[in-house]
Design a protein around this ligand. Sequence first.
Ligand code: HEM
Length: 216
Amino acid sequence: MNPSTAPASLHGWRLFGLLALLVLVATALALAWQPQLVEALRSAIRVTARTSFALFLLAFLASSLAILVPSPTSRALLRERRFFGLAFAFSHLIHGVLILTYAQLFPEVFWNGRSAAANIPGSVGYLFILLLALTSFPWAMKALGGRGWKALHSTGTWVLALIFCFSFYKRIPLSPGYVLAFGLMFSAIVLKLVAKLAQRVRRNAQPARTPLTTAR
Ligand code: HEM
């Protein structure tokens, strides 16, 4: 479907609302599925990490897909990138609320084998999620300026991509499924680097032309 004729209900804040609702439904199902509260919380934490991952991948790859496979769908994805990013932040807000509840209600289980240092990468991730979400609004873009905004969002998305890689990699001994998740994140990183290279090659070939899309 041509994005210009796409239903008005499925973009912008309505899209965000729908994605946020799906995250809440998935969380509620995960909580309801397990009879034991401790297992229910752990399961919901994993589910929200996965909804976050799916939403992050869409936002992370939007510009690369628009460069490598230009189509109405990839352009629509790029246009809605901000709302996929904000839905990712919402999903991770729920991840955080569940983690705090888990740590509060079951401190012995939460801290079992976990040091305060083990929370550093995740905390840095949360700092970037907060910064990226707060600066996703026009007033913040204006205040930061084009270069500052791009530098922050580029750094933040790469840091989060590495945290996802690390989170999946360290869980590989627990289940082979994590190899797939790690492979997905790793492939997305490779795809993004290829898109950046393709954009550079195109720019050098046509220095006078302004590109439609900038990979960040
Ligand atoms: C201090 C901050 C954080 C803490 C304390 C934390 C804690 C946790 C816990 C307790 C789990 C579930 C472990 C279990 O299986 O029982 C989990 C899963 C996970 N978290 Fe977080 N997290 C934090 C931040 C983050 C961030 C910022 C990201 C990514 C950007 C992230 C990505 C993940 C992933 C990918 C999983 C695995 C999901 C799966 O099993 O498929 N976490 N986290």
